[in-house]
Ligand binder design. Structure first.
Ligand code: TXA
Ligand code: MG
Length: 328
């Protein structure tokens, strides 16, 4: 009962967009592509509609959603005490994979969007389908990633359908998402600003524009500032373990697991002929690879650890998917 419609540049998509707009105006939930991952969108001013997002995902209600808008100008209608650094980030990175946490104007968004916080996370997605939808709707869309809570985020419309079939009425299929992991989340209400979730926009890129930026791991105490940080994430069904990227070590691990008559899936950039299943390890393929593991009878998954630096965001997601477990 969930309908998927293809929206690409070659056909007249007016009918598809107006259906999506109608559903959202009626208080329904619609999945749509962004450049990072697919989102599960509802009218950010309609608490009943937003409640349907939490229900469809099985998401804890204390984990706030990201609000998507069509431009900087629209964003500024809904926030106050915006710092100069936040404004500089908007100019430098929007539209794009950067969510800015700012002070929300009171009584604008439905309270369940922000999980009761006085701050809100906002971004302008860099995707023609998301922007077309926002421009037609003329209303901010609250949208978390369109996966079941705890599962890998969807980078294909098929992933959304797999998790949401029968739970939502409509999916706009814009093909594979380019980036493949969720946006960088930057808290601009603290000084210096803090990266609550690493993503495609890196610490170095941010620092070139606004100076010193901290990583939340450096500041985080017992109460995570980003409520989403404390929950299990991106977990495939079989147990996933991190392993050093060392061919000998990995071959030995495969032998050891086969010795116990178990099947193994490996996520790596290298070929391991002995592995029962081998899936690519890259930012744009990570979630698809994790989901593909679920389609196999692998008893165990090994993921090769890549050097930090340019792989920081990828490793952040992989460590969470493994719940920080190392193979030994
Ligand atoms: O790329 C993305 O950001 C995707 C696409 C659909 O835009 N969305 C996404 O949303 O990943 P979600 O809900 O899966 O992740 C939102 C993250 C969570 O970790 C949440 O805790 C954090 O942003 N967040 C949202 N509002 C916040 C706030 N006011 N303060 C701190 N963290 C917040
Ligand atoms: Mg998510």
């Amino acid at each position: 009962e969930t309908k998927t419609v293809l929206v690409d540049g070659d056909v007249n998509n007016e009918g598809s967009y107006s259906q999506a707009v109608d559903y959202i105006r009626e208080g329904q939930v619609v999945a749509f592509p962004t450049e990072t991952v697919y989102g599960l969108g509802a009218d950010a001013m309609n608490a009943d509609a937003v409640a349907k997002i939490f229900e469809a995902k099985g998401r804890p209600t204390d984990n706030p959603l990201i609000v998507h808008v069509d431009s900087k100008e629209t964003a500024l209608e809904f926030v106050e005490e915006v710092s100069d650094k936040a404004l500089q980030c908007m100019d430098a990175f929007w539209p794009g994979a950067l969510t800015l946490i700012m002070h929300a104007k009171p009584d604008t968004f439905a309270t369940n969007v922000t999980a009761g916080l006085s701050t809100v996370g906002i971004r302008v997605p860099d995707h023609p389908v998301a922007l077309s939808l926002l421009k037609r709707l003329k209303q901010p869309i609250a949208a978390p990633s369109a996966n079941k809570s705890g599962k890998p985020s969807p980078t294909l419309a098929e992933h959304v359908l797999f998790d949401m079939n029968g739970k939502i009425p409509f999916i706009l299929d814009g093909g594979p998402t380019k980036v493949g992991i969720e946006s960088t989340v930057l808290d601009t209400t603290s000084s210096p600003p803090v990266i609550l979730r690493p993503g495609q926009v890196t610490k170095e890129q941010l620092e070139q524009v606004i100076g010193t930026v901290r990583l939340s791991s450096e500041t985080q105490g017992n109460t995570p500032k980003s409520p989403g940080m404390k929950y299990a994430h991106y977990a495939p069904s079989a147990p996933l373990y991190l392993i050093e990227h060392n061919s000998k070590l990995i071959e030995k691990a495969i032998d050891h697991i086969h010795g116990k008559s178990k099947k193994i899936a490996v996520l790596s950039r290298e070929d391991f002929a002995a592995a029962d299943y081998l899936f690519p390890l890259s930012v744009d393929k990570l979630y698809d690879s994790l989901r593909k593991c679920d389609q196999t009878d692998a008893d165990l998954i090994l993921a090769c650890v890549l050097p930090e630096g340019e792989n920081a965001a990828l490793m952040n997601r992989l460590e969470k998917a493994a719940d920080h477990k190392w193979f030994s």
